[in-house]
Design a protein around this ligand. Structure first.
Ligand code: 2P0
Length: 326
């Protein structure tokens, strides 16, 4: 009753921003991501009759009780599916630089879902795993798959039609994502809290929902045609629209810092110099820059000059979940 899974993190090119059901993690809109090869989580789940409660070890230390409780709640879903009551020991290692602003929850819950399901003897396909991972963290639904992935919001109240599907294989289009870590000061509003506040209070949220439909059509065309300009333009514009909703929230908030804006402006200046790169930003101050392989070095050189840039991580398109034999 033991299994180990490796899952990679992903970056949304069209953002997940808003839930229609917080318990089931059902989103208000479809999102589209690319899985990244550089950052991942490896998780082992072992169900054991001897245990009196679930145990969670993260990066070789016993996790805090709050995190262990979240994992236990997730395992309750797995146990309910399998008609079991047995507790588990979960050992997880994150190869995700938290300072780089990548949510380890995406790779974390994708790995946990697949390892727990396998260990308890549930024979779930990838679609079912995506639905399960979603109930730990929304973006984890996309990390089951490699390459370019769309998460379908679905319309059913029970989430039965809400899962991710692969759109384009990882080897179909070699794009690069530079994760640009900037100097940070402010505390951030957690994405879960930020999206809730935006849904409930921002008058711009209705505009976001309308715009995202169009952006999804555009990006899927770009992926089909491998049209990088089309892709980059819609990626950057979509991120800006997501962030615009936060300014209308009550109380208002913003994820950008001055360093964030400096990087954004440098990316735009690069384009004026003929180097095609586009940015996207998640619920934090760091910036991810998307470019083609031929321009990766030039983008890196330009960003490295900025004093606000701490570190740059280079990512390629990554694979879906993998079962690891001990
Ligand atoms: C995304 N983000 O599509 C968006 C863009 C942040 C900005 O998914 O509440 O950790 O666990 O479902 O998945 C980060 O939020 O949120 C996120 P929950 P999650 O990647």
């Amino acid at each position: 009753m033991r299994a180990t899974v490796k899952a990679h993190t992903n970056i949304a090119l069209i953002k997940y921003w808003g839930k229609r059901d917080e318990q089931l993690f059902l989103p208000t809109n479809n999102s589209l991501s690319v899985t990244l090869d550089k950052f991942y989580t490896i998780t082992t789940v072992e169900f054991d009759e001897q245990l009196k409660s679930d145990q969670f070890y993260l990066n070789e230390k016993q996790a805090e009780s709050e995190e262990t409780e979240k994992v236990a709640v997730f395992l309750d879903r797995v146990r309910a599916k399998a008609n079991q009551t047995i507790y588990a020991k979960v050992t997880s290692k994150n190869y995700v630089p938290t300072a780089a602003g990548f949510a380890s929850s995406a790779s974390g819950y994708a790995a946990l879902a697949a390892a727990a399901a396998k260990a308890i003897g549930l024979n779930l396909n990838e679609r079912e795993l995506s639905q399960l991972a979603r109930q730990g963290s929304g973006s984890a639904s996309r990390s089951i798959f490699g390459g370019y992935v769309e998460w379908q919001k679905g319309i059913e109240a029970d989430g039965s039609d809400c899962y991710a599907t692969p759109i384009l294989d990882k080897d179909a289009w070699d794009l690069r994502v530079l994760s640009v870590e900037v100097t940070t000061k402010a505390k951030k509003v957690l994405s879960r809290e930020g999206m809730k506040r935006t849904v409930e209070t921002s008058p711009f949220f209705a505009g976001w929902l309308e715009a995202v439909e169009e952006d999804l059509i555009t990006i899927k065309e770009a992926l089909q045609e491998k049209d990088f300009t089309k892709l980059g333009q819609v990626v950057e514009a979509n991120a800006l629209k997501m962030h615009a909703t936060t300014l209308g929230a009550n109380p208002p908030f913003m994820y950008w810092q001055s360093a964030t804006v400096e990087v954004m402006q440098e990316v735009q200046a690069l384009r004026e110099r003929g180097i095609e790169a586009y940015f996207t930003i998640d619920a934090g101050p760091n910036v991810k820059v998307v470019c083609q392989p031929k321009d990766e070095q030039a983008v890196q050189d330009a960003l490295n000059v900025l004093s606000v840039v701490h570190d740059i991580h280079h990512c390629r398109v990554g694979p879906g979940i993998m079962y690891v034999t001990d």
